[in-house]
Design a protein. Structure first.
Length: 116
């Protein structure tokens, strides 16, 4: 008649089994969920952040190289070419300067008088 009670006492009221089912397996489930979240969410966000940083650096480098450096190089090249042209005009001979000034004045007067 006391066989059920005997089994219950013999198995220590199944405390170990209940503890294992509730706490140990529950913690293992929480551990698995946290592991999945870390691998699939956190790690992907970290990798995405790194890739975004690389893309930003590449874009910034491209803008710097093509835009900023290109503009500065264009300015330098234009200045050198303008200097080459102006060096040929600037001879140091006074009659050459008078002819140049007269030509500029004549062109100006044509524009003013005849609206060219």
């Amino acid at each position: 008649a006391l066989k059920g009670l005997y089994t219950l006492v013999y198995n220590k009221f199944y405390v170990d089994e209940i503890y294992n089912a509730v706490f140990v397996k529950g913690m293992m489930l929480i551990k698995d969920i946290c592991r999945w979240f870390d691998i699939h969410i956190i790690d992907r966000l970290v990798n995405l952040t790194g890739e975004a940083g690389i893309l930003t650096a590449d874009t910034s480098g491209l803008i710097d190289h093509a835009g900023v450096d290109g503009a500065i190089n264009l300015t330098a090249t234009s200045t050198l070419k303008a200097g080459d042209i102006l060096r040929r005009i600037q001879t140091g001979i006074l009659p050459g300067y008078l002819v140049f000034a007269g030509s500029v004045l004549l062109i100006f007067l044509l524009f003013v008088l005849f609206g060219l």
